[in-house]
Design a protein around this ligand. Structure first.
Ligand SMILES: Nc1ncnc2c1ncn2[C@@H]1O[C@H](COP(=O)(O)OP(=O)(O)O)[C@@H](O)[C@H]1O
Ligand SMILES: [Mg+2]
Length: 238
């Protein structure tokens, strides 16, 4: 257990709070039970989500570190808080899709559940004001968010994370449908940041296709808390 000191709130987002600490290169990432969907139009609470997302994210970041994926994760410091490296976040959301769901279905008129013949990698600008518009790598260069070398590193890490997590979930009879990643820079190094949780992934049971992620909240499907807890148990009891 670290004796790190929590200092002032640096940023409060929709699902997490970020605190400074007495170490200038480390932050505390605190996960909230608050949930939002559809660009913040839908708001609610998922009881225990903070603890569950902290536990799942910590587990998966540690798992990925074993495969030499550089992540911001340092250690879990309480049920809903983790210590992370302080990074300059690249304001790009990197989405990986293995199976059609969500906005992809409407945009390209593809039925939900259609298995992609090759994983799709998409970039979205992280901007609530602009409603996270889709961009490509050239926008990222032009807007000064990342260099070609940096997007090359990001794409390589994202693809590797997908391969690792796809087989991790498959072994637990789960399908990794899609997920969103954020990256940050520290000097010239790129790290995987933010969270990997049912808020940021779509995960289905392999046999029943039961959804075990935030889609239950988005579409008022019920059993949200139960699904989050079930997913945590299936991920961490291994
Ligand atoms: N290691 C890190 N260093 C600095 N900022 C981070 C780090 N990891 C995540 N963040 C940022 O902290 C915020 C997390 O809170 P969140 O509720 O997800 O915010 P938002 O509503 O902006 O998505 C995000 O803006 C995310 O980009
Ligand atoms: Mg966020």
């Amino acid at each position: 257990m670290s004796k790190i000191q929590k200092k002032e709130l640096l940023y409060e987002g929709k699902a997490k709070r970020i605190f400074l600490t007495d170490m200038e290169d480390k932050l505390i990432q605190e996960f909230k039970d608050d949930a939002t969907a559809f660009d913040g139009a839908k708001k609610g609470v998922i009881v225990k989500k903070g603890e569950i997302n902290n536990a799942i994210s910590a587990f998966l970041f540690e798992y990925l570190e074993n495969y030499h994926i550089p992540t911001h994760f340092l250690e879990e410091i309480s049920a809903n808080q983790m210590l992370v490296r302080k990074l300059n976040i690249i304001p790009v959301e990197v989405v990986l899709r293995n199976v059609a769901a969500g906005s992809l279905c409407a945009r390209y008129k593809i039925q939900e559940g259609t298995v992609m013949e090759y994983p799709i990698l998409e970039y979205y600008l992280k901007s609530d004001e602009l409603h996270d518009p889709m961009i490509n790598e050239y926008h990222a260069y032009a807007f000064g968010h990342a260099t070609p070398d940096e997007t090359k590193a990001i794409n390589r890490i994202a693809s590797k994370v997908n391969a690792i997590l796809k087989s991790f979930f498959d072994r637990r009879n789960l399908v990794l449908v899609d997920f969103k990643l954020e990256f940050g820079k520290k000097g010239t190094e790129i790290y995987l940041a933010d969270e990997i949780s049912p808020d940021t992934c779509r995960i289905w049971d392999k046999k029943t296709h039961k959804k075990l992620d935030k889609d239950r909240f988005r579409h008022d499907m019920g059993g949200v808390e139960k699904a989050y807890a079930e997913l945590r148990d299936r991920i961490t009891n291994s």
